[in-house]
Design a protein around this ligand. Structure first.
Ligand SMILES: [Zn+2]
Length: 360
């Protein structure tokens, strides 16, 4: 059986529903994984009063709307983040089905299309969890980053990427962050600029999309992070740390106060190694912002916008170095690229060199 034999609308509806359900599961993972709790058991309980949640109140998005954002048992307010995460799961699933699966050649075997969908779907749900766990705790669990990297390696041949390119990308992603942003930055400024969790996340980007994916995740992630930090500064006047990080630091300080002599010194030395234990300075350059969420979002954007952008810029670079006499052949290629993906950013470099050539 091949892909073209199933109606696209049917596939999109299924994808949307599966995405909403797993978005609901992502909420469980975001809460339980960093607390070391079992993901599958026990069933969800109301965080305010502990009553079990009824199945029909647990229906993604609709349950929250039906209850108008309050718990069914005790009417405690429920954060709109829960339906938002469910919705994001649904949207990711729809986008993967529409762009990355339905645009495959119609004679693609159904099992193969299904595996491509499953791989991208798992990537999105995993990174969705990673984004919110990092926002809450400034922590990226290895099971998500390294697990995602392994999935990228295993699914590479399925997605038309060589296993060698995938391995090399993972290595480049990890080494770049570890060398430049952890070790060199520590040497220059005394504290690391990124964590090893970020290095593992970039290894994931490399395993999925090769070195261009690493480049794109770093650049697009920095742009997204800077814009967000500026927006937060304008809106609130300062960047705030997540509550749980502040609380954990207070608990450690209390534990330190209770110890004496050698034990105290030992714990103090250990804490001095932990960048999260130091209170952040108040200046803009010293503010602390989890970078993981931006790297993760940029990685998820790559299969939709990054591939076309990087292909176009590489072509532009070739045009500049290979001399204008080769331009007609190369711009023919550029037209073929641009037919594959559209959008303003995509068309811009093309527009520019067409006009440059026109002037000569
Ligand atoms: Zn309750």
């Amino acid at each position: 059986m091949v892909l073209a034999e199933l109606p696209p609308t049917f596939l999109l509806v299924i994808a949307g529903l599966v995405g909403l359900l797993f978005g609901s599961f992502a909420n469980v993972v975001i809460y339980r994984l960093p607390r070391g709790e079992n993901l599958a058991y026990p069933a969800s309980r109301c965080p305010a009063c502990g009553a079990p949640i009824r199945a029909y109140h647990n229906v993604p998005v609709l349950g929250w709307l039906w209850l108008r954002g309050r718990a069914g048992c005790c009417k405690a307010p429920i954060s709109p983040r829960y339906p938002a995460v469910e919705l994001l799961g649904g949207l990711w699933s729809l986008a993967v089905m529409r762009v990355l699966v339905l645009d495959l050649p119609g004679d693609t075997a159904l099992w193969r299309a299904g595996l491509v969908f499953a791989a991208y779907f798992a990537l999105g749900i995993g990174l969705l969890c990673a984004v919110f766990i990092d926002l809450d705790h400034m922590l990226l669990p290895d099971s998500l980053t390294l697990g995602g990297a392994v999935l990228g390696l295993c699914s590479a041949p399925l997605r038309g990427i060589g296993v060698g390119d995938s391995l090399l990308g993972a290595l480049i992603g990890y080494v770049v962050v570890w060398l430049l942003f952890v070790e060199l930055y520590r040497l220059l400024r005394g504290v690391p600029g990124m964590g090893l969790g970020d290095a593992k996340l970039l290894a994931l980007a490399g395993a999925w999309f090769g070195w261009p994916g690493v480049l794109f995740a770093l650049l697009a992630g920095s742009v997204l992070g800077t814009l967000t930090a500026l927006a937060a500064l304008v809106a609130r006047g300062r960047l705030e740390e997540p509550e749980s990080v502040v609380r954990e630091r207070e608990e450690l300080e209390r534990a330190l106060d209770e110890l004496e002599g050698e034990e105290r010194q030992q714990l103090a030395d250990e804490l001095a190694q932990d960048p999260l234990f130091a209170k952040p300075g108040s200046g803009f350059g010293q503010a602390r912002l989890a970078f993981g969420p931006f790297l993760a979002v940029a990685t998820l954007l790559y299969p939709f916008v990054g591939t076309h952008l990087i292909e176009n810029y590489l072509l532009e670079a070739r045009l500049m170095t290979s001399g204008w006499e080769n331009a007609p052949a190369l711009t023919g290629e550029a037209v073929a690229f641009s037919a594959g993906g559209t959008g303003l950013l995509d068309a811009l470099p093309l527009y520019i060199y067409r006009h440059l050539i026109g002037m000569r």
